[in-house]
Ligand binder design. Structure first.
Ligand SMILES: Nc1nc2c(ncn2[C@@H]2O[C@H](COP(=O)(O)OP(=O)(O)O)[C@@H](O)[C@H]2O)c(=O)[nH]1
Ligand SMILES: [Mg+2]
Length: 316
């Protein structure tokens, strides 16, 4: 049977294989994505971002367990986890130390965990993550948790992939406010103060509130601040409730569809740019390309003029 059909049937090996093919951007991976695309658009994608050590992996672990065993008698969801954290993959550090819990998750056929290596360009990493999320979505995972380190542009781009973005803070990470990046705050739908068993939690919350007051207001949804202790599971049911409320807000306000449209448009634009540049590079002589780069380096040509020269040739 072909790869896409096996994925739709819930075959984990097929999913793992497709993830590798997509990560390496192979023609076979692209083919699978294209066949599966009509089966996407159902999953709730949840981004979990924040500085290293704030407890993202621990929280993702706890949230996954919660969605697998909802205490309120709701149907368990299938949970896909994508960890985009080159410095500490999901299988390392705290989670590996937490053997019993990890075994709970890994032995569960309703959970699939995948670490993404940081490779290639910024756009490349977020494009690969978007593709991986589409595979999980098509495979019938209702919840997709994406863990990223909140440090750079790639993480902000990946956050745009999510329907709901959790920004994780923790007390005592140096000067509270310095750990909080304004750009990161803008993408937060829910602010989580994890490690709230540690001293300084009130200071962290005060700093977050002050920053929230300065941020541009968003109609209909004020990002709530929630305290958790991921190591104990404290605050996880409340956090899951808030995630659910945010989803309802997105659906009722029409933002769910709007975000989906923007996301797909961004993906299309990215692929289009990439394809156009590659196609164009085949038409331009390497000699001219090198000449123009040299002229720019020698300050004889501005980058803007260089683009004109390269695209229009001698007519510029
Ligand atoms: N005291 C305390 N430690 C925590 C909590 N959450 C995570 N940790 C610990 O903090 C460390 C980093 O956690 P991890 O989940 O790997 O953070 P990440 O780098 O953001 O993914 C590990 O040693 C965890 O056991 C918490 O709520 N309280
Ligand atoms: Mg981690």
């Amino acid at each position: 049977m072909n790869l896409a059909a096996s994925i739709l049937e819930g075959n984990r090996l097929a999913l793992a294989r497709a993830l590798s093919l997509v990560e390496n951007d192979t023609p076979e991976g692209r083919e699978a994505l294209s066949v599966l695309f009509p089966h996407t658009g159902r999953a709730h994608i949840i981004g979990v971002t924040g500085a290293p050590g704030t407890g993202k992996s621990s929280l993702v672990n706890q949230l996954a367990r919660h969605f697998r065993q909802p205490p309120d008698g709701n149907q368990p969801c299938r949970v896909g986890i994508i960890a985009v954290d080159p410095t500490s993959p999901f299988t390392g550090g705290a989670i590996l130390g937490d053997r019993i819990r990890m075994r709970d998750l890994t032995g569960d056929p309703g959970v699939f965990i995948r670490s993404m290596a940081s490779r290639g360009s910024l756009g490349g990493l977020s494009a690969t993550t978007a593709a991986a999320a589409q595979l999980f979505d098509a495979a019938g995972f209702e919840i997709i948790l994406i863990e990223t380190v909140g440090v750079g542009q790639a993480e902000v781009e990946i956050a745009h992939l999510a329907h709901t973005t959790l920004v994780i803070e923790a007390p005592g990470l140096g000067d509270d406010i310095q750990a909080i990046k304004a750009g990161i705050l803008e993408i937060a739908d829910i602010l989580v103060i994890n490690k709230s068993d540690q001293p300084g939690v009130d200071n962290t919350e005060r700093a977050l509130r002050a920053m929230l007051d300065l941020a541009a207001p968003r109609p209909g949804w004020i990002p709530p601040i929630q305290r958790t202790v991921a190591t104990l599971g404290t605050g996880i049911p409340d956090l899951a409730d808030t995630i659910h409320q945010h989803r309802q807000h997105l659906l009722i306000s029409g933002e769910f569809l709007q975000r989906d449209r923007l996301r797909l448009q961004a993906e299309l634009d990215f692929l289009l740019k990439e394809a156009l540049v590659m196609k164009w590079r085949e038409t331009v002589s390497d000699l001219l390309y090198q000449d123009v780069i040299k002229a720019v380096r020698e300050r004889q040509l501005s980058p803007h003029m260089a683009v004109q020269r390269l695209i229009l040739g001698d007519k510029a």
